[in-house]
Design a protein. Structure first.
Lengths: 302, 242
């Protein structure tokens, strides 16, 4: 296991920032940590990176406990904190060499060069960090997190405040990295999770409210299949209701029907057969998934 | 740790801080040694460096806090402390690296004053008729005193994310340890208390070393004072930022 968290709790005063959280992440997984602001995403990450000690529970990275062997954990974790703090008065290359030095890399020059290439910092590498645009700074942040070739990458809102082009660039970069490494990234942008993370953990008020693959979450908590069909003419609603597993049929305008069925019933073929039998042509047929945003709102609003 | 130490020194040298501090230190000390008639060696007609060693603590009292005020306060304000504390370094290595970098800067500012020493040596009549032992002892004492100010400065910087607060706190603590204990020992108090107060102050130990006597008790005092503040800094790092 790359990351294992068991019954992790962090208390600030009387408030539980996170409350008995448990999950584990296998090697090479890319996991999105989702949740509203203040849900405990950053706190979880800060504990995993050994920035903060937990109040109770255990956290392990690559089988090293954050409490008992923090230096081993830190060697194996690459971390991009929330606001991407950097030393503005240092030069890009100077900074990366400095970071490489702190990890005692064997060949820092070569490694930094490699990172500059990977993150596309080439044209900016001789500038001061404070002179860089936000997108390039974010790349520096990623480069410093990656320079020691960590096994686990922890990214706290890596794309906040970027413009759409930069967003795509950084996402591509993360996706590329995610092919070899375990990545945990937090965000509250749904598209980001859809684009990057096969697995999603949703935290709300310090508790895990959902943990599963993107598809399983999207299929909706209600456990229903939703099909919207448009025909070239009207059809008897009772016929649709009679199909296997159908719970509800809603008539929409212009010969469109919304059919809800119990989970596990793929209605598309049945509807097609029915339409043929009734001499109707199907103009469109959509299986609707509840969007991740709906799922998120459903789980975290209370 | 070495990498952090180098980075700290480089950040001193790539910003105006080091140059202003060293420049001001040299300017003020040379004014006292050579120009101001009340202190000037040329007026005094004694071939020693006493003006330097009397004034330097007071100049360091303000300059060293100015150097150390950023060290943790700025890291904290800009958030880089979060990255620093998640590198594979122990808290003590982090404090140590910053402390050593501060010492290097102190050393760099003291280095050019050897020129004054050489000048005094040459001016003496006959040439070389100076108490080199006392001079060397004073230098060692001054360095010890400055190192204590660095440790105090680091501690003050770790307390806050505001550089001004850090500076003022550091000046206060440094002043307290340098002079206040000594002055307190003039109060009407039982003899034992007075002895303890005097022992706690930097001034007594500094003056002892200025005589050219390197007493192990004075050295031990400075080592413990430094260790005390560095340990406090480490304690704050472990508990306050997290």
């Amino acid at each position: 296991m790359s990351v294992r968290i068991e019954s992790l709790t962090k208390t600030y005063g009387v408030q539980n920032a996170i409350d008995h959280i448990s999950f584990s992440i296998g090697h090479g997984e890319v996991v999105g940590l989702l949740g509203p602001n203040g849900a405990g995403k950053s706190t979880t990450m800060k504990i995993l990176t050994c920035f903060m000690p937990q109040s109770s529970g255990e956290a392990e990275v690559c089988n090293f406990n954050t409490r008992t062997s923090p230096l081993e954990v830190r060697r194996r974790v690459g971390y991009l904190p929330e606001h991407n703090p950097l030393y503005g008065d240092m030069y890009v290359k100077e900074y990366l060499l400095h970071v490489a030095g702190m990890y005692k890399l064997a060949n820092p020059e070569a490694r930094v060069k490699q990172m500059v290439e990977l993150t596309g910092l080439g044209p900016e590498q001789h500038k001061r960090i404070e002179q860089l645009s936000k997108g390039y700074r974010q790349r520096v942040g990623l480069a410093q997190a990656l320079v020691h070739d960590p096994e686990v990458l922890i990214l706290d809102e890596p794309t906040s405040g970027l413009d759409p082009n930069q967003l795509v660039d950084i996402r591509n970069l993360i996706r590329e990295i995610g092919q070899q490494k375990t990545v945990i990234l937090s965000t509250h942008i749904m598209q980001e999770v859809e684009a990057l993370c096969p697995r999603i953990i949703i935290i709300n008020k310090g508790k895990i409210v959902a943990d599963g693959s993107r598809e399983s979450l999207q299929r909706g908590k209600k456990g229903q299949e939703l099909v919207e069909v448009e025909l070239d003419g009207a059809i008897d609603v009772a016929l649709l209701r009679g199909l296997n597993g159908v719970l509800r049929v809603e008539v929409l305008s212009g010969n469109r029907y919304k059919v809800e069925a119990q989970a596990g019933n793929d209605l598309r073929k049945a509807i097609f057969d029915l339409a043929v039998k009734q001499n109707r042509a199907i103009l469109s047929l959509n299986v609707q998934q509840s969007s991740l945003e709906d799922v998120f709102r459903q789980l975290t609003r209370s | 740790m070495y990498s952090l130490f180098l980075k700290e020194i480089r950040s001193f040298l790539s910003s105006p801080i080091a140059y202003v501090v060293i420049g001001v230190f040299l300017l003020v000390t040379s004014l006292f040694i050579w120009v101001f008639p009340d202190y000037s060696i040329l007026e005094f007609n004694f071939a020693n460096m006493d003006p330097l060693f009397v004034m330097a603590p007071w100049i360091f009292l303000f300059l060293i806090p100015a150097v150390t005020m950023r060290s943790f306060a700025e890291e904290r304000k800009s958030g880089t402390i979060e990255l620093l504390l998640t590198r594979p370094l122990t808290d003590f290595q982090i404090v140590g690296a910053k402390y050593l970098a501060g010492l290097v800067l102190v050393f760099l500012s003291l280095l050019p004053t050897f020129l004054y020493a050489v000048t005094v040596y040459r001016l003496a009549d006959p040439i070389g008729n100076v108490d080199t032992g006392a001079m060397l002892g004073s230098y060692i004492g001054l360095f010890c005193l400055a190192s204590a100010f660095v440790a105090i400065g680091l501690f003050s910087s770790s307390l806050t994310d505001n550089q001004i607060v850090s500076f003022v706190t550091a000046v206060f603590f440094s002043f307290f340890f340098y002079a206040a204990f000594d002055s307190l020992s003039l109060m009407q108090l039982p003899q034992q208390v007075l002895l303890v107060l005097e022992y706690l102050g930097i001034a007594r130990h500094y003056e002892g070393m200025s005589q050219g006597v390197i007493d192990s008790r004075d050295v031990l005092y400075f080592v413990s004072l430094n260790a005390f503040f560095l340990t406090l800094t480490r304690y704050v790092l472990q508990n306050r930022y997290r």
